[in-house]
Design a protein around this ligand. Structure first.
Ligand SMILES: [Zn+2]
Length: 168
């Protein structure tokens, strides 16, 4: 009954892990999903954790949008998909495979379409503003979910994701 006396303090020290675990560097595309009739996701600006872009492409019409999480339009979006949209397509191809992404967006992938770049060339939509807030809040929920099991260790790589929201 006296054993508790000698619990090493280091062990007790494990308990109050600070909640403020934040990834120092986001994966390039930390969040991508096929949902709500869109391919949509979050693309990091590369250096600044505080700045991410929310990018989306509508299935069928291929209307695309890219803005910051505060709804500021992406400066790279000049009548054509910006680099964030390209990154989003690349990541979608990695995670879902080109056929599934093509089918979802209704892009014909039968003749040699293999990469995100190929898909981007087949887009025939134009800029179609959509609010970033919904996608962004899903991303935050997703991050919170990922952080839970990591409370006593370094944050795992952010490049794996359960396929939530997929397959609709
Ligand atoms: Zn952009």
């Amino acid at each position: 009954m006296l054993e508790t006396e000698h619990v090493p303090w280091e062990r007790r020290g494990l308990a109050p892990v600070l909640r403020a675990v934040r990834p120092r560097k986001l994966a390039k595309v930390p969040f991508v999903e096929l949902a709500d009739g869109r391919l949509q996701g979050v693309v990091s600006s590369g250096s600044d954790i505080e700045r991410v872009y929310v990018s989306s492409i509508v299935a069928g019409s291929h209307g695309f949008n890219c803005s910051t999480n505060n709804n500021r339009p992406c400066g790279g979006l000049r009548g054509a998909p910006c680099k964030h949209l390209h990154a989003l397509l690349d990541e979608a191809v990695l995670q879902y495979g080109v056929e599934r992404v093509g089918r979802y967006l209704r892009i014909d992938v039968t003749d040699g379409v293999q990469t995100g770049v190929d898909l981007a060339r087949r887009l025939d939509g134009h800029h179609e503003p959509t609010p970033a807030a919904v996608v962004f809040s899903r991303f935050l929920r997703h991050l919170a979910y990922l952080e839970l099991p990591a409370a006593d260790g370094p944050l795992p790589e952010l490049d794996w994701f359960p396929a939530t929201g997929a397959g609709r």
